[in-house]
Ligand binder design. Sequence first.
Ligand SMILES: [Zn+2]
Length: 500
Amino acid sequence: MTTIVLPPYDDVVARYEPVIGLETHVELGTNTKMFCGCPTDFGGEPNTRVCPVCLGLPGSLPVANRAAIEATIRIGLALNCSIASWCRFARKNYFYPDMPKNFQISQYDEPLCVDGWLDVEVDGEMVRIGIERVHLEEDTGKTLHIGGATGRIHGATESLVDYNRAGIPLVEIVTKPIPGTGAQAPEVARAYVTELRDVLRSLGVSDVRMEEGSLRCDVNTSLNLPGGPWGTRTETKNVNSLRSVERAVRSEMLRQAAVLDGGGTIVQETRHFHEDTGDTTSGRSKETATDYRYFPEPDLVPLAPDAAWVEELRAALPELPRVHRKRLQEQWGLSDLDMQSVLNADAVELIEQTVAAGATPAAARKWWLGELSRRANEQGIELAAVGATPEHVAELQRLVDEGKLNDKLARGVLEGVVAGEGTPSEIMTARGLEVVSDTGALTAAVDEAIAANPAIADKIRDGKVAAAGALVGAVMKATRGQADAKTVRELVLSRLGVEG
Ligand SMILES: [Zn+2]
């Protein structure tokens, strides 16, 4: 295996222009599947949420799910698309074991929503991302390859298929090609998926959990010489977090530049993103549309959404995330710059929920952008996956406000929360981290400190109150930081007969 030496990123963007494109699949949160009545909730025993329709048994006939069509139209409207007044489902023919019918019901040349846009903010600048289409299809089942080291089919001893997911309504949102982003291409890709996720969440159409696969992203990347024709694009699959969207674009830009620099050509193909290494490896060569032999689905009637219904849905759209964030920024009293750091940390919703759980905006922001962001960065994970919930953070702050924890002890409690040891109160008790408020014990510690430092005690008695800091420090050390510094200081002064 040859090792390719990757050129520096700055050098790549100085010589090449990237064009990116994103295809996002969203599992809708409907109660039932797209073409049958099977339930859709995540996590059931394998192959327990299936019926003749979603197993593709002979003679079974699909019926389209109205709630899924409505959700797709609402997504299209939120993304400023035109809604088709008449369109059809299409059969996409290919063989894969996780697709029992050997075709997928999708949409091809007649998508439900076309030609929209989504504005996203990158470093304070607005970038308008064109939306090519939003269409509706059904999800496939899940294949599990076991017995091998990698979880892939190579080296596996058995492959298992779970059809619970087969037939869950899936919306595919495809951007137009996005040129002109230069060195910011990775950030633009991430900002787009983040904004899209927030829009979908505000619509309430999906739980948009990338880690559970209800939001999945394929990233198209190509490079061209400045002013030249666009290059051949690759499609990177398996991009399962916002952070990975950014990494996948960057990594593919570097790889393609190395290939082009060496006089090679880019092959149009599907590539797999690897979370652990952050690079991509070659998958299958990309099929073209003709390989799928699309034709109008003969078992379903055409879709013809009534114009009045579409207008009704448009009028009922919720406040979109951009407007919502503006309102929060005012409520929280944040500058544009401070709000930007909240956005960059993907902490808007976490802070909002922490405030709803009883913390002040300032306290919520302090924990999420401080200690918790630091931990998320260290581990290379999303902030929301760090192990603390908004309720935990609000409770932690309440314990600080009640004087049961000081800042240092609170960080110790937070460590326990992140490690999954329980709620802040439980951890405070279990780890013995509560501030020592027992005056008897504290007085003994203060008397010990006075006895051990007679010269300092004399200075304080002589009126040099500032010297009390040294004794307070000694007591804090003796109590392993578990005393309240203010109380200790008052005790030191009163034991030495000095007014505070
Ligand atoms: Zn079914």
